[in-house]
Write a protein that binds this ligand. Structure first.
Ligand SMILES: [Zn+2]
Length: 215
């Protein structure tokens, strides 16, 4: 109960602080939301992307699940994507993974975790598809990091294949797709692939090892 009480106390003091500096802060945001970003991230509590990127309420539409999956049969993420692209007209759709992701780690092992195994099946498939590359990484920690990155690239590719994104692109419209990874050791976001704006670039996703920041 102490922890829960702390949430309400923090909420009241943060609101008091914000409204003292800007009395209309919340009132201005109570109207229409016009976010520029859709973030698909992991549910992990150590990944506070909104806090660490300094976005204000109304700037980032967010969907989070275990291991930041964008699965073609997941009506939840597809509905979020459709609303973000077709109604909110977001310019940027970002998949953000993170190192030390428990979901990715579970998918890399042989142990069964029950229901969540179904959810993680796509990551197991990614590990199998990239077996050649992964077997050549001597350090298990580096291999783990690489699977986190490959998982992000796979989800960006998955997004590119959805009817929502295909439809938008065929009409010459946004969104731009991006793949990022968050390093929980230093708090920094690293771009893996940026500005995927069509099928040619999407097709390269699963073959391209890494993208440069300048892309
Ligand atoms: Zn995670």
């Amino acid at each position: 109960m102490e922890n829960l009480k702390r949430l309400f106390e923090n909420n009241r003091s943060i609101v008091a602080e914000v409204t003292q500096a800007d009395p209309e802060y919340f009132a201005r945001r109570a109207g229409k939301q016009e976010p520029h970003f859709l973030l698909i991230g992991c549910a992990d509590s150590r990944v506070p992307i909104e806090t660490l990127t300094g976005v204000a309420p109304g700037e980032m539409f967010v969907h989070r699940n275990i291991a930041n999956q964008a699965l073609s049969a997941d009506i939840n993420v597809l509905s979020v994507l459709q609303y973000a692209v077709e109604v909110l007209d977001v310019k940027h759709v970002m998949v953000c993974g993170h190192y030390q992701c428990g979901g990715v780690k579970a998918a890399m092992g042989d142990q069964s975790y029950g229901l969540v195994d179904y959810w993680l099946a796509g990551i197991r498939d990614t590990v199998r598809r990239h077996d050649f590359e992964l077997q050549r990484i001597a350090s298990s920690e580096e291999r783990f990091k690489r699977v986190v990155e490959l998982n992000v690239l796979r989800q960006v590719y998955n997004l590119s294949r959805t009817p929502v994104v295909q439809g938008a692109w065929s009409r010459g419209r946004r969104p731009l797709l991006h793949g990022l990874v968050y390093d929980i050791h230093d708090g920094l976001l690293k771009p893996l692939v940026l500005q995927v704006d069509g099928n040619d670039k999407a097709r390269e996703l699963l073959e391209t090892p890494r993208a440069s920041i300048g892309d």
